[in-house]
Design a protein around this ligand. Structure first.
Ligand code: A2P
Length: 301
């Protein structure tokens, strides 16, 4: 049985889900099919991943009833000023009537006429940012709030927000819905304990992206993870994912390999002692932000 957490909307969210960044075309379709077959119910995608159509088709073809699933997608940076339209497009591609969780992908508005690519730069190397005085992420969030009463999104949340930005959001008098979730890069080399504690203290469920350190899974060569893997006769990946579950976060491992997809769902229960030892990995070896890009503005603490 997959452990769950409860969102501030009262909906339950499974603690392990499939990440789909870089799973495009046939890889996107097949990985979702494999995940749903092996018992996943949480699928995490995003408009900018370019795979919403494949994810949607896989959901449909799997035959799993919609109400059994928890689908997350995200608003891309070029769509901050066109939230309703962007959601409509995602729903259309996914062939769904509603999204379980709709996240602001980054607290950054990019030129709506610019390339909706992942991390585009202008020819001179700068990012094509919209001036925050003209449009900021709090305005975007207020647009997301309006979606909730339409029933097209069951919950709204944020991604790649730091503590300062969350505090500013929650302090705004027109912000009436506390984000249900915060999705950030989290793994044993980037535990971000203070941010996790802060979000959880506000009732915000924290989700871990790139829990294995993304491409090449660099986290898995860590000796503490290898030690616990041997002890429990599981893989180092299972230990890293089980640690995320132990610290009461949702974890979203990406894989396009059916065996690894199935294996990633089988988290084990770590003791507090083991969890705390994994907490300490980054204190010894240093923290490492592996995938989050430089936006040319301060995004992280
Ligand atoms: P693959 O898709 O070939 O399985 P993250 O979730 O941190 O983004 O990391 C995913 C990376 O780790 C992917 O490159 C994925 O490759 C690989 N990966 C996923 N699950 C496992 C696993 N159980 N063992 C080893 N590597 C894994």
């Amino acid at each position: 049985l997959i452990p769950t957490l409860t969102l501030n909307t009262k909906a339950k969210i499974p603690q392990v889900g499939l990440g789909t960044w870089q799973s495009t075309n046939d890889d996107g379709y097949k990985s979702v099919i494999a995940a749903l077959k092996s018992g996943y119910t949480l699928i995490d995608t995003a408009s900018v991943y370019g795979n919403e159509a494949e994810v949607g088709k896989a959901i449909k073809d799997s035959g799993v009833p919609r109400e059994k699933l928890f689908i997350t997608t995200k608003l891309w940076c070029t769509d901050h000023q066109n939230v309703a339209k962007a959601l409509h497009k995602s729903l259309e591609l996914l062939e769904l009537d509603y999204i379980d969780l709709y996240l602001i992908h980054w607290p950054i508005a990019l030129n709506p006429h610019g390339t909706p690519a992942l991390f585009p730069r202008l020819p001179d190397g700068r990012r094509d940012l919209v001036d925050e005085k003209e449009w900021d992420y709090i305005k975007t969030y207020k647009e997301l709030q309006k979606l909730v009463s339409t029933g097209k999104v069951k919950a709204i949340g944020i991604s790649n927000f730091n503590k300062f930005r969350i505090e500013k959001l929650l302090a705004d008098p027109e912000v009436t819905i506390v984000p249900a979730a915060l999705q950030i890069e989290l793994h044993p080399l980037l535990p971000q304990q203070e941010l996790v504690d802060y979000a959880q203290s506000k009732g915000i469920v924290v989700e871990a992206y790139s829990p294995l350190g993304s491409t090449g899974a660099p986290i898995l060569s860590n000796e503490t993870l290898i030690k616990f893997a041997k002890k429990h006769d599981v893989s180092p990946a299972t230990i890293a994912l089980s640690w995320a579950v132990w610290r009461k976060t949702v974890v979203l491992p990406k894989s396009t390999n059916a065996e690894r997809i199935a294996s990633n769902l089988k988290v084990i229960k770590l003791t507090d002692e083991e969890g705390k030892e994994i907490n300490n990995i980054s204190k010894v070896s240093g923290t490492k932000r592996i995938v989050s890009p430089d936006w040319g503005v301060k995004v992280f603490d």
